[in-house]
Design a protein. Structure first.
Length: 320
């Protein structure tokens, strides 16, 4: 009986090794991930919803990586526990993938056995806010302005140093072909939205080549939403704000929450707005807990085939 059992165990292990080796040789070359940016509004409390509703937004977005804004470390950890994700409190990032390195503004993750990526998350200064300055809406002691040149100068004064710090960290990455994702509430619109074309429709008071998004673009990063939806008039992608009407004279709706990316192996497949109604969002969550709509983008990341001699590893582990 013991002899038969020993023979069964040996044969089982041989078959197992053979099976694992074959499985490794046929692993898919591509990985698909969903990256989200989400300002949760004062730790998810200002919208008078339980934190579980903020978690529900992330669940419905099917996000693998989430850059959170307005979230303290306790809130980041609580959301990570609710969702079963890893987390980095300094960068306020949630990740379904293993975090292998932590940085000031981001993390390095392992997507699979041979593919790594960087994720950076930011929340840039909220004031002065140039759309309000141009429209004469009092906010944050910002002075009223009239021209594109003034708007660019005010934006650089408010956020230029933060953008420079971010790009310094990104440019320090040795491997320039590795996937990089940037999420954030920029508190500044996009130069791809405030175009002459959009201004001609009356959507914005003037054309403004906003410097934050332009600087990221010049550094080789791509705005995922605008890559999928290049027509800024047909697809405004408003993330600010679900709390006021589009016609409110004391506000100006805009796209200020972004997912950017770069990398030789990265291809954007989708870009969706997550919010309170089908009139304003692709993914609807009721009741919506934040004053910002979220953005979630899907990416395909290609990598070479993986071939591992798993049987040899098992043998080595036995001490043979």
């Amino acid at each position: 009986m013991k002899r038969h059992l020993f023979f069964f165990v040996i044969m089982s292990r041989i078959l197992c090794c053979t099976s694992l080796l074959c499985a490794e040789e046929t692993l898919p070359h591509d990985s698909t991930i969903r990256v989200m940016t989400f300002n949760i509004w004062h730790n998810g409390k200002a919208g008078k919803q339980p934190l579980s509703q903020t978690a529900q937004v992330i669940k419905m977005a099917k996000a693998d990586i989430v850059g959170l804004q307005e979230a303290n470390p306790d809130t980041v950890k609580a959301l990570a526990d609710m969702l079963g994700l890893g987390w980095h409190h300094s960068g306020s990032i949630l990740s379904r993938f293993m975090i292998i390195e932590k940085r000031d503004q981001g993390i390095k993750i392992r997507l699979n056995a041979e593919q790594e990526a960087f994720v950076f998350n930011n929340h840039f200064a909220h004031a002065p806010y140039q759309p309000y300055q141009l429209l004469g809406i009092p906010y944050g002691r910002g002075k009223f302005i009239k021209t594109e040149k003034e708007a660019i100068a005010e934006a650089n004064k408010a956020r230029g140093h933060q953008v420079a710090d971010l790009l310094k960290e990104i440019n320090a990455i040795p491997d320039k072909e590795l996937p990089v994702f940037v999420t954030g509430d920029f508190n500044e619109p996009s130069h791809l939205d405030w175009t002459a074309k959009a201004a001609a429709t009356g959507r914005h008071p003037t054309k403004v080549s906003y410097p934050a998004t332009r600087s990221l673009t010049e550094a080789g990063l791509i705005d995922a939403y605008r890559a999928v939806h290049p027509d800024e008039v047909k697809f405004p992608g408003y993330t600010w704000t679900p709390t006021t009407k589009l016609t409110d004279p004391k506000d100006h709706h805009d796209r200020i929450d972004f997912v950017f990316f770069r990398g030789k192996s990265v291809k954007v497949e989708s870009a969706q707005i997550v919010g309170e109604s089908h009139n304003n969002a692709d993914i609807v969550v009721t009741a919506y807990p934040s004053d910002h709509r979220a953005v979630v983008s899907g990416f395909t990341i290609s990598s070479p085939a993986i071939i591992i001699k798993r049987a040899n590893k098992l043998d080595a582990g036995d001490g043979n």
